[in-house]
Write a protein that binds this ligand. Structure first.
Ligand code: AMP
Length: 282
């Protein structure tokens, strides 16, 4: 696996290999501290593309001023080992100056139709940072496909909309949430949790499973589903709800009735750590 640090080198690698015929490029954008969720994206890319690039970039523009940019887990050597073991051809690990040559506020991409919903509401500017960095990665790498996790369901909606609106040629592929054996959705931020908090964090997946089981029994009313999820959280007062929402997965608009494909999403804080989870309802 080759480590590439500059946009020029990444672009030249991608163009040269794709021009030689028959090659397709799958890109897996990440912020590093890779875990089995990221590995599943790399494997999906490997299965569908002849070339796989993993990007590793802790993107400053998607963090709010009081968020965890400075202390976000960084594990370059372990990330290289995991990406190589999963079959990545390239690890693209640029500096901030390389991706933001005129500073982080010079140009940005925004999806105002969606960017103040869900996580965007409690993290102003977050989706603008995400859309901006992903647009830059698409422009630099020119991937045929890019792989994202369902875990960040609102991010998926924003990036699908951005790709459609900017007429980008990259296909967005969404992969299922990878969970620990006890149900906790894997996240680089789980590393912040103490043992006690990790137990409390299970409230999110418990609420998601509870709502899924109610839907399986035939309950469709948003008010009932959301109230019962609140009930699950009420049992764990240390976990502070950010949102509990039943929404259209593409528009992120609240719905009154769940239909197949409706998104149930939760976000909550355990101590200082903000966690999210969701399910597409059957
Ligand atoms: P991050 O490094 O947290 O920015 O995540 C990079 C990509 O990995 C995003 O597309 C995430 O949705 C995806 N991802 C993170 N956690 C998981 C997980 N538990 N299962 C599947 N995909 C995930």
């Amino acid at each position: 696996m080759q480590v590439i640090r500059t946009v020029a080198e990444l672009r030249s690698w991608s163009r040269t290999l794709r021009a030689s015929g028959g090659n397709t490029l799958g890109l897996v954008p990440t912020m590093g501290a890779l875990h089995a969720g990221h590995a599943s994206l790399i494997r999906a890319a490997r299965a569908s593309s002849t070339l796989v690039a993993v990007s590793l970039f802790v993107n400053p523009t998607q963090f709010g001023p009081s968020e965890d940019y400075g202390r976000y887990p960084r594990a370059f050597e372990a990330d290289c080992a995991l990406a190589a073991a999963e079959g990545a051809d390239v690890l693209f690990a640029p500096t901030v100056e390389e991706l933001y040559p005129n500073g982080p506020d010079s140009t940005f991409v925004e999806v105002p139709a969606l960017s103040d919903r869900l996580d965007g509401q409690s993290r102003p500017g977050h989706f603008r940072g995400v859309a901006t960095v992903v647009a830059k990665l698409f422009i630099a790498a020119e991937p045929d496909r890019a792989f994202f996790g369902q875990k960040d369901a609102a991010q998926v909606a924003v990036l699908r909309r951005m790709t459609a609106d900017l007429l980008l040629a990259t296909e967005i592929v969404v992969c299922p949430i990878v969970r620990d054996v006890d149900g906790l959705a894997l996240s680089s931020r789980n590393a912040y949790l103490t043992t006690a908090q990790r137990g409390q964090a299970l409230t999110l997946s418990r609420a998601v499973r509870h709502v899924e089981s109610l839907v399986a029994e035939g309950e469709r009313r948003a008010s009932v589903l959301i109230a019962s999820a609140h009930g699950v959280f009420a049992a764990e007062p240390e976990v502070r709800i950010d949102y509990i929402a039943l929404i259209d997965a593409a528009t992120l608009e609240p719905v009154d009735t769940a239909i197949p494909g409706t998104l149930f999403a939760v976000a909550a804080r355990v101590g200082q750590t903000r966690l999210i989870d969701n399910a597409i309802l059957g």
